[in-house]
Ligand binder design. Structure first.
Ligand code: PGA
Length: 253
């Protein structure tokens, strides 16, 4: 049985003060909740506030960044590396989010380099894959997912792959209010799992957690999480409000 992961992706929202306020309101809602793993990925500048808030509680919540650079250090102005994130108290990092692919020149190869550096530093990577609407309509979803996974997983040994988590995020469902049906998401998850089996073997693939992301809300979380193939959620918009994110974490299974 794979433990589900409910992860918040705050994107470009919240200041350090708003981060502290979020945790003040959120933590009491999830006190004692051990069924699922909880992860919150704020902007870089809020990581410290998030780590301090969580450490002051006795609730296990992972804190993640939304991106990283694959070199550890050097003359790379504006970048943040995996060892720096570890040092700041991060446990997780999102890699290859479609918004980074769309707006910031992220490629399958940079995703691979980032994934390797995250693993080396001991971070749990949440690797995002997903098709755009034109690809789905042209019947290319499976091909796109297979390509994104093969390239992301390239040259990573099976014994190093264990921490990898994947998020299937159909781009047409992100921030649009359109959600993939649980069946459609499960179908995509099976494609991703079969690519993981090719890269890392059946046992590792069976343990791989694949989250769904794209307009997950308190109203649809239970139906999505009921799918055996769906091992959790990566939540954008609905994770900004403590009550709404807590309601997703505590979906009624
Ligand atoms: P959304 O974003 O929940 O606002 O659709 C999900 C994501 O981009 O990770």
């Amino acid at each position: 049985m794979r433990k589900k992961v409910i992860a918040a992706n705050w994107k470009l929202y919240k200041t350090p003060k708003e981060t502290r306020d979020f945790f003040l309101a959120f933590l009491p809602h999830v006190q004692g909740h051990t069924r699922d793993e909880i992860v919150v990925c704020p902007p870089f500048v809020d990581i410290f506030a998030a780590v301090v808030a969580v450490q002051a509680s006795d609730i296990a919540i992972g804190i993640g960044a939304q991106d990283l650079y694959w070199r550890s250090e050097g003359a790379f102005t504006g970048e943040v590396s995996a060892p720096m994130l570890r040092g700041a108290g991060c446990t997780h990092v999102i890699i290859g989010h479609s918004e980074r692919r769309q707006h910031f020149g992220e490629t399958d190869d940079s995703v691979n380099a980032k994934l390797k550096s995250a693993l080396l530093a001991g971070l749990v990577p949440i690797v995002c894959v997903g098709e755009v609407i034109e690809e789905r309509e042209a019947g290319l979803t499976e091909e796109v997912l297979r390509r994104q996974c093969t390239r992301a997983f390239a040259e990573i040994a099976a014994e190093d792959a264990r921490p990898i988590t994947v998020a299937y995020e159909p781009v047409w469902a992100i921030g649009t209010g359109r959600t993939a049906t649980p069946e459609l998401a499960a179908e995509a998850h099976r494609v991703i799992r079969s690519e993981a089996a090719k890269a890392f073997g059946q046992t590792a693939a069976a343990q791989l957690r694949i989250l769904y992301g794209g307009s997950v809300k308190p109203e649809n979380a239970a139906a999505l999480m009921a799918e055996e193939e769906i091992d959790g959620a990566l939540v954008g918009g609905a994770s900004l409000d403590p009550k709404s994110f807590a309601a997703i974490v505590k979906y009624q299974g």
